[in-house]
Design a protein around this ligand. Structure first.
Ligand code: ZN
Length: 395
């Protein structure tokens, strides 16, 4: 959601304006100016423009409410983006508890509600039907709409976050919470589209907006759903279910020439070798290191020279979840990780291709073996499945 202009930092959080903001600024100026035509063209457009800017101020303060509560809970806020229908405070991590999620979700609407009351009171003190009191009144209304609209109980709206937190608290499962809130969001979005289109057919053009917001809600709910599913399987799948045995165990006492002759001259399908001696795994063979050893040593030196010992390798146990594997791959910049049995022997190896294949099988996604091969060689996740970032945000 970070396409847009960066307009500054606030409490260390970068603030973005989405490109759609300009369109909305023009539109909001136009719509608001229509109500003040009796004041003449200049004042009417001026008032429209001021209200449009204050609308963004209101959205901004609303997002700031979420962000500050999140920051106070020690949760990192990646950015705040103001866009077409409001704002998004991108929270980098998932909440640890439902109570925390609830507090952050409710902070935004609460800010809007407080602003509504403050501005409402202020307008009472101002002389009635003056331009300033009109504007104050209008902005107070905008804040009320922001508070109420955002409390509609479907993700991505704040009300959806609240619903998520409540279901999470009741069921004890965050995933169940997101699933419920995303489903309601999708349902409400579809309802909005239908209702909006009916209004448009009845020649009420505000229906267009309702339908557009509905589309936006459906799209976002889908994204929530997808990320939620991915997070859930990352925790549920154990590495033992998806690892492969695409490696070969060789005798650590082979000389380098013997190793090369035996395993390299033929078109070997293995790229990973583990060396063992007397039934014990010693470590992985650093195949690439052979090239750097002078040929005259090849007949006398054994593989022991180029073994990376097991205890120095980055390994996971069979019962580790995919989440642990991905986090370990990301933090140690590994393309492949060795899986150990409880007895400390090599049980398998796993790379990004194996992870994606495992997830696809679990979620019944259609990912071709050619794509898995590409992931294996390039070592990058497919577009739209940024597992590194998703894992980082998952507890
Ligand atoms: Zn909000």
């Amino acid at each position: 959601m970070q396409a847009g202009w960066r307009i500054g930092y606030l409490f260390g959080v970068p603030l973005f304006l989405d490109y759609s903001w300009l369109i909305i600024l023009l539109l909001a100026t136009y719509i608001n100016s229509q109500d003040y035509q009796e004041w003449g063209l200049f004042l009417a457009w001026g008032a429209g423009f001021v209200i449009a800017i204050l609308l963004f101020g209101a959205v901004f303060l609303h997002e700031l409410g979420h962000s500050l509560v999140a920051i106070s809970k020690g949760i990192k806020v990646k950015s705040i983006t103001l866009f077409l229908f409001g704002g998004v405070a991108a929270i980098e991590q998932e909440f640890r508890t439902p109570v925390e999620a609830l507090q952050v979700a409710i902070a935004g609407p609460l800010v809007s509600l407080v602003l509504f009351f403050l501005l409402g009171l202020t307008s009472l003190l101002l002389p009635t039907s003056s331009l300033v009191s009109e504007l104050t009144n209008r902005v107070a209304e905008i804040n009320l709409v922001l508070a109420v609209f955002n409390m509609i109980p479907g993700l991505p709206l704040d009300g959806g976050q609240v619903l998520k937190a409540v279901v999470w608290k009741i069921t004890g499962s965050r995933f169940a919470g997101v699933r419920w809130a995303a489903k309601t969001g999708q349902g409400l979005g579809l309802l909005g589209i239908t209702f909006g289109l009916i209004l448009v057919l009845a020649r009420n053009m505000s229906g267009f907006w309702i339908a557009l917001i509905g589309c936006f809600a459906v799209r976002n709910a889908r994204i929530y759903h997808r990320i939620n599913d991915l997070q859930e399987v990352l925790i549920r799948i154990k590495v033992v279910e998806i690892m492969t045995q695409d490696f070969r165990v060789v005798d650590a006492n082979l000389t380098l020439s013997q190793f090369v002759d035996k395993y390299f001259s033929k078109s070997s399908k293995f790229s990973t070798y583990f060396a063992a001696s007397e039934g014990r795994y010693l470590g992985s063979v650093s195949v690439n290191a052979i090239r750097f050893i002078e040929r005259s040593y090849w007949d006398t030196q054994t593989l022991r020279m180029i073994i990376c010992p097991l205890n120095q390798m980055i390994t996971v146990l069979e019962k580790a979840s995919l989440l642990e594997v991905i986090k370990s791959m990301e933090s140690d910049q590994q393309k492949q990780i060795t899986v150990l049995s409880p007895a400390g022997t090599v049980a398998g190896i796993v790379d990004k291709g194996d992870i994606v294949r495992g997830i696809a099988r679990y979620l019944k996604l259609n990912i071709s073996e050619a794509e898995i091969k590409r992931i294996k060689t390039e070592g990058s996740y497919p577009p739209g499945m940024n597992l590194g970032a998703i894992a980082k945000a998952t507890y």
